[in-house]
Design a binder for this molecule. Structure first.
Ligand code: SF4
Length: 183
């Protein structure tokens, strides 16, 4: 695929996707960036539910992330708590109400009726493209445990080779800032 074609396709898909998520956000009195942050936090594991992760994931400024989190906290959609071992780090847990709103936007209704066969082929191609672009630009992959070279599978969950902590099945399905692509 040529760079021009790829550019046009991703631009159109991105516009469609963002228009839909923006609409869901406005129904809850939120801006697009606020709902996107809420969705990210609802999917992030315990090493990644922080302002620093949000800044990296979306490429936002610290000021924008700070303002975004203030609104989410004011509206009762997240709750901040200091890290047990480093009080300078704040974790942003999503409340029940926040989870409900995030679930309306993830996955975006736009994608839910893509046929399963197309879905698998598309997912593989998009993952490959994303990983290639992330590697070329030295960006974090923000993947899940099953695709991480540090993951040690144990039963339905596992153990993180970086932090040496046990991970539940749910932990392994969340996205992680420390993820390192398995070879
Ligand atoms: S195994 Fe990898 S993806 Fe999972 S928590 Fe550890 S660093 Fe993160």
């Amino acid at each position: 695929m040529t760079a021009t074609r790829l550019h046009l396709l991703t631009e159109r898909l991105s516009s469609l996707f963002r228009a839909e998520v923006r609409h869901i956000a406005s129904e809850h009195g939120l801006k697009l960036v606020q709902l996107e942050a809420l969705v990210f936090l609802s999917m992030a594991n315990r090493y990644s539910d922080t302002p620093a992760s949000l800044t990296e994931y979306f490429g936002l400024t610290k000021g924008t992330v700070s303002q975004t989190l203030k609104v989410l906290e004011r509206d009762g959609l997240i709750e901040k708590r200091p890290d047990d071992s480093d009080g300078r780090v704040q974790h942003c847990g999503v409340t029940k109400r926040g989870q409900e709103i995030a679930a309306e936007a993830f996955p975006a209704p736009l994608f839910t009726d893509v046929p399963a066969r197309e879905d698998a082929a598309l997912t593989r191609a998009l993952e490959q493209l994303l990983r290639r672009l992330q590697q070329r630009n030295a960006l974090r992959s923000f993947g899940q445990c099953r695709g991480c070279r540090l993951f040690e599978a144990r039963g339905t969950g596992g153990r993180c080779g970086l932090t040496h902590e046990l991970l539940s099945k749910l932990d392994t399905q969340k996205i992680c800032r420390e993820h390192e692509e398995a070879p």
